[in-house]
Design a protein around this ligand. Structure first.
Ligand SMILES: [Zn+2]
Length: 274
């Protein structure tokens, strides 16, 4: 006898070209968290796919980022499932131009192909197969796509918490780990932005009047990163460093973006205090 899993796997294998075409379409839209138009374009494509799958879709406009997409499907069974995903990526505007979707040798590449446009497409196709086969075993399925996950879901957090409270189970569409591992817990994440204001001056004619904002922040980079304890999963990473305007001018402005990770809330609080 063929198990359900084997049957669905075979059905989905036949859909691979269609799935890859949709992944390609999504990956080739720049949708970094700050590309609001692109995030909304990705959201619109996914909303249409969810509607095609039988979901009722709502769009919640956000002031500070792209829109949230919420699909709902009522059924006749028991248990409420929430499927959680995000439309944004970490890649800035213009990335697609230099690094568009490509597939060869069994691998697909491009900005957000794994995290998580591939996951979104797989979930929609899996649901479509289940529903087409008459699956009715749950009370409801909610499919929530947030626009700001890569910023820490700062604007979407209240609605995620509400949706999670209403659900019995949550499946998150983040990519797997090597060996097929599934992530079942995440630690704390923080984002910090440090600006330095110095005094610009021409470095040849007015050297003594200048005060370098770049130098001030450069001194802080190793001090900040020394707070990392990688063996305890505590990480402080200066991921962006901007400063200065011209080679011969003492830089009056500089800024760094700092990412912070910790395993527990206690570690995060200790790190914040430091
Ligand atoms: Zn992700």
């Amino acid at each position: 006898m063929t198990s359900d899993a084997t049957r669905f796997r075979a059905a989905l294998a036949g859909k691979l070209p269609e799935m890859l075409a949709l992944i390609e379409r999504l990956v080739n839209i720049d949708s970094g968290s700050y590309c609001t138009a692109g995030v909304n374009q990705v959201g619109a494509v996914l909303a249409a796919e969810l509607e095609r799958t039988g979901f009722t879709v709502e769009r919640h406009p956000m002031r500070e980022c792209g829109d949230q997409i919420v699909g709902r499907k009522r059924m006749g069974g028991k248990g409420r499932l929430l499927i959680l995903g995000h439309a944004d990526t970490v890649w800035p505007e213009g990335t697609v131009r230099d690094w568009p979707y490509a597939a060869s040798g069994g691998f697909a590449t491009g900005p957000g192909v794994g995290d998580m446009k591939g996951g979104l497409v797989m979930a929609i196709f899996a649901l479509r197969e289940l529903l087409a086969a008459g699956f009715d075993g749950l009370e409801s399925i909610s499919f929530f796509i947030v626009p700001d996950e890569e910023l820490g879901s700062i604007h979407s957090r209240p609605r995620i918490e509400d949706a999670a409270r209403e659900a019995d189970w949550v499946l998150v569409l983040e990519p797997g780990r090597p060996g097929g591992g599934v992530v079942t817990a995440r630690g704390a994440v923080g984002a910090f932005f440090m600006h330095a204001h110095g005094q610009t001056a021409h470095c040849a004619t007015n050297y003594r009047k200048g005060a370098s904002a770049v130098r001030e922040l450069a001194i802080k980079v190793p001090l900040l990163e020394a707070l990392s304890e990688p063996d305890r999963n505590v990480v402080v990473n200066v991921g962006v460093f901007h400063g200065g305007a011209a080679r011969q001018v003492i830089p009056g402005e500089a800024k760094i973006d700092i990412d912070v990770r910790a395993r527990t809330a206690e570690q995060a609080a200790a790190l914040l205090a430091k």
